[in-house]
Design a protein around this ligand. Structure first.
Ligand code: FAD
Ligand code: A2P
Length: 276
């Protein structure tokens, strides 16, 4: 029935495609993660992205692509975000609090899905910066361990504090009693983690491209060099990173695949850069 006084928000969604924020965590001045309610009808494949946002000043939705960082079995959705100081969306999004609403268009898409890769022994997840987000989903999905003997996460950031979100997640998974029950006591050997920094001293350093071409990562993890028979990979970072890693993987004989034509690796941009 129509009412003349504004209805108080009784926790009911008021925006189109609204979801409610259930948790927010700030990792650095430039990075935060948050969780929102999941529309009951939303099905997605781990690694996919959706459009999310807020109402802009003009009253129209201001939406951006975001990888879903939570696995497909989770009741809620998690996102991991940059804070761009003058970014149209993230200058506002960084201030969300529990109980606030965001807009979420429930149409997941993306190339970083297991179905776009051929079966193999090892799955390499190669990311810089917020490119870890789709892999935060995939590394929590049991399907990754059903399909591959080992999942290897290489994450590179400029400084060590930017690695914290991924580091904490991997640590939790490697110590997860449920995963140990499902996959055996040595589950930690099935999820390998190779974090590096490039502009701050840390135990491991260097660009992903350099650590692959020099063979350092294979030596450090006691793995054979990548080969097209056994190794599969997903790439997610800046355009320059994606282009360079793609060339390195092709050098090992791996070919780019797609949903319609599964092959040895797939690529997706973590963001659209200036002038692109
Ligand atoms: P924008 O106007 O969109 O961006 C301003 C500038 O900031 C860009 O030109 C670029 O130089 C820089 N920038 C934007 N995003 C990033 C980033 N993530 N890392 C480093 N620099 C960036 N962003 C996330 O934070 N998390 C995600 O999971 C995520 N998933 C994405 C998936 C896809 C397929 C694509 C295409 C983009 C994704 N993005 C993600 C980027 C996101 O869509 C927005 O660009 C970002 O939220 C900034 O929005 P904005 O309106 O504040 O600034
Ligand atoms: P570097 O510090 O040597 O540039 P950015 O913030 O510029 O997107 O970079 C995030 C991380 O990705 C940094 O550690 C950076 O290393 C690395 N990186 C940037 N571009 C490339 C590239 N083309 N190939 C490999 N690593 C890259």
């Amino acid at each position: 029935t129509a009412t003349t006084t504004p209805a108080p928000n009784r926790g009911k969604p008021t925006l189109p495609d609204a979801q409610t924020v259930t948790a927010v965590r700030h990792w650095t001045d430039w990075l935060f993660s948050f969780r929102v309610t999941r529309p009951p009808s939303l099905r997605f494949r781990s690694g996919e992205f959706v459009m999310i946002g807020l109402l802009g000043d003009n009253g129209k939705p201001l939406l951006r692509a975001y990888s879903i960082a939570s696995p497909n079995w989770d009741d809620e959705l998690e996102f991991y975000s940059i804070k761009v100081p003058d970014g149209p969306l993230t200058s506002k999004l960084q201030h969300i609090q529990v109980g606030d609403e965001i807009i979420l268009r429930p149409k997941p898409v993306g190339t970083l899905v297991l179905d776009a890769l051929l079966p193999g022994k090892r799955l390499w997840l190669l990311a810089t910066g917020t490119g870890i987000a789709p892999f935060a989903s995939l590394m929590r999905d049991p399907e990754s361990y059903e399909r591959y003997e080992q999942v290897i996460v290489m994450h590179t950031c400029r400084t060590a504090d930017e690695l914290a979100y991924g580091a904490e997640l991997v640590e939790q998974l490697r110590d997860d009693p449920l995963l140990a029950e499902m996959y055996g006591e040595d589950f930690h050997k099935r999820l390998l983690y190779y974090p590096t920094t490039t502009r701050e001293d840390s135990p491991r350093m260097g660009r992903i491209t350099d650590n692959l071409t020099s063979g350092k990562v294979f030596a450090d993890l006691d793995l054979p060099p990548m080969d097209p028979e056994h190794d599969r990979a997903m790439i997610c970072g800046s355009l320059a990173f994606n282009i360079d890693v793609k060339a390195v993987l092709e050098g090992f004989g791996l070919r780019e695949g797609a949903n319609s034509e599964p092959r040895e690796f797939v690529v997706e941009k973590a963001f659209v850069g200036e002038g692109i």
